[in-house]
Design a protein around this ligand. Structure first.
Ligand SMILES: [Zn+2]
Length: 102
């Protein structure tokens, strides 16, 4: 991920770990991870990829014999918020109070 700016806003951009280009729409991307064979123990960090680049990413990053987990990027912000025990209401208030250029 990286912070981007254009003429009207700043935002967090998600970069595809396979091709290096920004994933423009959440519905076009996945977050992915390697897992031990038959289990849920992660063997790699989380990666981000366009759906069209998913197989390339797996070939690049997944250890031989391990399984590969994938979930649509649209779910990532919510899963991150739940994992951080985010106070959604307070966070939305804080976001509304800051400039889009912060
Ligand atoms: Zn890509």
């Amino acid at each position: 991920m990286r912070r981007n700016e254009d003429s009207s806003r700043s935002y967090i951009a998600v970069v595809c770990d396979a091709c290096g280009k920004v994933i423009e729409r959440a519905s076009d991307g996945n977050y992915e991870w390697g897992m031990s064979s038959g289990g849920f123990v992660p063997t790699t960090p989380l990666y981000f990829a366009h759906k069209r680049c998913s197989q390339d990413l797996e070939r690049q990053k997944c250890p031989a014999g391990d399984e590969w987990g994938t979930s649509e990027l649209s779910y990532f912000p919510l899963r991150l918020g739940f994992g951080l025990d985010l106070d959604w209401k307070d966070s939305m208030k804080m976001l509304e109070s800051i400039s889009l250029f912060d």
